[in-house]
Design a protein around this ligand. Structure first.
Ligand code: SAM
Ligand code: DTB
Ligand code: SF4
Length: 328
């Protein structure tokens, strides 16, 4: 297949039509788009570390770390450099190529900048790609992270602009877009995705992917999370055990496939929710064009599939680690 054009002018109607395709036709199209640019059997692995857990001032309705909800999570201070470097080494030795450090903040404070920049430098020196997710950034902060060598910044749009207000009220969709612009302008690669299974309608999944695929440039990484329903959070409590809380796995795979078709050059990451996902559903996600995942026993605060389960999955599916192109 000819390399599909990278387009940032997708209409919602076009995206809706992709979602409506018969499943086999959708997966066929996603496979073609995927294979035109990527090795279809290679999957990149990233590892997460929470460097500052809990006590967050935002009220994202899915999140275990918001100070607004009683989730039983113990808040911590910012981790020390040594602990972070040790975790990064373990991730690298376990086959991860990217190390993503997350903090439960609305935005980093000035006093946190020096230790954060040091973490970026030290983790990068281990030969890992660096990623941080710290909430909102000013243009100045983004520039300083770029100078320290930060490769990626994760900041998710999470859902459609219409549904966003049901998920979080302490910041706006526009705030999120502003930070993405600051990150992009600083020359840092963008990691931006969202969550499926928050009780949103298909129209919201269409609106969410539309927002991503019509950014001035596609995010280099697109994490697609399945809601992990956490007790004590509004969305977790509302959806735990309800049919809405367990999004239809076929619809989840469709979302991955549509993301792949809309953003042919991006890494589409199968993110939160893998722990409760069958091997067959994960296999369908890879078939639909996902080519990245989080490894390790833990995401930020919730469980992840773990190294043994991942090794078994790679073996069963004949997957290999993606070899990264050398960067300077
Ligand atoms: N505080 C920063 C922020 O919100 O940008 C960074 C960390 S935040 C935990 C990163 C992302 O994880 C969120 O945007 C959301 O998409 C995802 N996430 C958080 N809790 C989740 C959950 N319970 N289930 C699925 N995804 C979740
Ligand atoms: C993303 O989209 N998913 C990751 C990463 N970006 C930072 C985080 C998932 C968190 C899942 C819930 C938790 O472990 O707290
Ligand atoms: Fe805070 Fe991020 Fe959790 Fe929202 S998702 S409450 S910003 S840690």
């Amino acid at each position: 297949m000819q390399q599909p054009q990278i387009r940032t002018d997708w209409s919602r109607a076009e995206i809706a039509a992709l979602f409506d395709l018969p499943f086999n036709d959708l997966l066929w199209q996603a496979q073609q788009v995927h294979r035109a640019r990527f090795d279809a059997n290679a999957v990149q692995r990233s590892t997460l570390l929470s460097i500052k857990t809990g006590g967050c001032a935002e009220n994202c309705g899915y999140c275990s770390q918001s100070a607004a909800f009683e989730t039983g999570l113990k808040a911590t201070k910012l981790s020390g450099l040594e602990d972070v470097v040790e975790a990064a080494k373990a991730a690298r030795d376990g086959g991860s190529t990217r190390f993503c450090m997350g903090a439960a903040w609305r935005s980093p404070k000035e006093r946190d900048m020096a230790p954060l920049l040091e973490m970026v430098r030290e983790v990068k020196a281990l030969g890992l790609e660096t990623c941080m997710t710290l909430g909102m950034l000013t243009p100045d902060q983004a520039g300083r992270f770029a100078d320290a060598g930060l490769d990626y910044y994760n900041h998710n749009l999470d859902s459609s602009p219409e549904y966003y207000g049901q998920v979080v009220t302490t910041r706006t969709y526009g705030d999120r877009l502003d930070t993405l612009e600051h990150v992009r302008e600083a020359g840092i690669s963008v990691c931006c995705g969202g969550i499926v299974g928050m009780g949103e309608a298909r129209e919201d999944r269409i609106g969410f992917l539309h927002a991503l695929a019509t950014l001035p440039a596609h995010p280099e990484s697109v994490p697609i999370n399945q809601l992990v329903p956490v007790a004590g959070t509004p969305l977790g409590d509302m959806l735990r055990g309800t049919p809405m809380g367990e999004i239809d796995e076929i619809e989840f795979v469709r979302t991955v496939a549509v993301a792949r078709i809309l953003m042919p050059g991006s890494m589409v990451r199968l993110s939160a929710g893998r722990e409760s996902m069958s091997a067959s559903t994960q296999a369908l996600c890879f078939l639909a064009g996902a080519n990245s995942m989080f490894t390790g026993d833990k995401l930020l605060t919730t469980g992840n599939a773990g190294a043994n389960a991942d090794a078994a999955l790679f073996e069963r599916l004949g997957l290999t680690d993606m070899v990264l192109e050398a960067t300077e």
